[in-house]
Ligand binder design. Sequence first.
Ligand SMILES: Nc1ncnc2c1ncn2[C@@H]1O[C@H](COP(=O)(O)O)[C@@H](OP(=O)(O)O)[C@H]1O
Ligand SMILES: [Mg+2]
Ligand SMILES: [Mg+2]
Ligand SMILES: [Mg+2]
Length: 358
Amino acid sequence: MASPSYEHELNVALLAVQRATHLTKSVFHQNAKGTLNKSDASPVTIGDFGAQALIIAALQHNFPDDKIVAEEEAKDLRDNTQLRELVWGLVKDAKLDDEAAERTLGGSIKSADSMLDLIDKGDSQGGSKGRIWAIDPIDGTKGFLRGGQYAVCLGLMVDGDVKVGVLGCPNLPVSDSEPLKEGIGADASDEAGKFGILFSAVQSAGAQSRPLGPGALKPASTIAMKPLSNISDATFCESVEAGHSSQGDAAAIAKKLGITKPSVRMDSQAKYGSIARGAGDLYLRLPVRADYVEKIWDHAAGDLIVREAGGQVTDTEGKRLDFSHGRTLLQNKGVIAAPRDVHGEVIRAVKEVLGAKK
Ligand SMILES: Nc1ncnc2c1ncn2[C@@H]1O[C@H](COP(=O)(O)O)[C@@H](OP(=O)(O)O)[C@H]1O
Ligand SMILES: [Mg+2]
Ligand SMILES: [Mg+2]
Ligand SMILES: [Mg+2]
């Protein structure tokens, strides 16, 4: 049997992410973002809840038997009527400016109660069998609140392998050739008619980008990592949040590789999209705490997009990210993404620097 093309899955994923970015952008431009602190002290906003509801509604309409692993849960909204009404106010009006696209997504959500139930459909425990979608409705929530980069992220895994990945990055420049900028304050969405960028990949079919838009999908172009003949010429990106990735270890690794350019700090999986389109070269995510386990929704889409653009993505020991162990990357520590032919060299430097600390 021919391997599936995932054409319908990709189309639904692209439209669902595009619709969700309209909701997040509307929250981004309002002062009251309905921010709550979760039990791990990380923030969540009405944008995160709303985007998750919209994406799950589209997945349920098209693929009712698929499982979903999503970051957020509806409990805080069930307990807080005012917050629920704020989110519902956004969700009920969120739609793409194109009838065919809205039909594909199944149209609007019917009521506030069904919105809560949809949010809670993202509670699958994941695993190594069957079709499982991973959703991060807003990745880089801290960046989103700061006016920096963020991404709406959706990936489809089949038997633990990522087959389709989509990243909506409303605050990245539309042009693939624009150089990397620090994440803070970058806001392409304020330019008239610009909505940011939508990255996507299907396994064995390459990676693409297209401008985010208000309705039907815009035409896409193929993206590829930038050829890098000398590793010392590399630009690397890392988290803005020092609590998410060790900036000291990254600087030591860069020094070992002879890299002299300063790092570009940006929030979210916009880092994966940026190196996949050749706007930067390396992405280093170095554990700050031994006990932190990465979440699958923080990496599924970006991992595939970088690999399909000619890169390699592993953990700090050189192991591929393994999405088959539930909601977290239980078998991995940190992330190192680089063009395929220099990845080994980067891993050697990572091992030397991290090994010397033990
Ligand atoms: N101690 C830690 N180490 C690594 N990642 C962490 C972390 N604490 C939180 N995160 C994750 O870092 C993500 C943001 O990544 P980045 O630093 O690249 O912007 C967060 O996603 P959310 O913003 O979706 O919660 C969160 O899941
Ligand atoms: Mg979060
Ligand atoms: Mg995240
Ligand atoms: Mg998130």
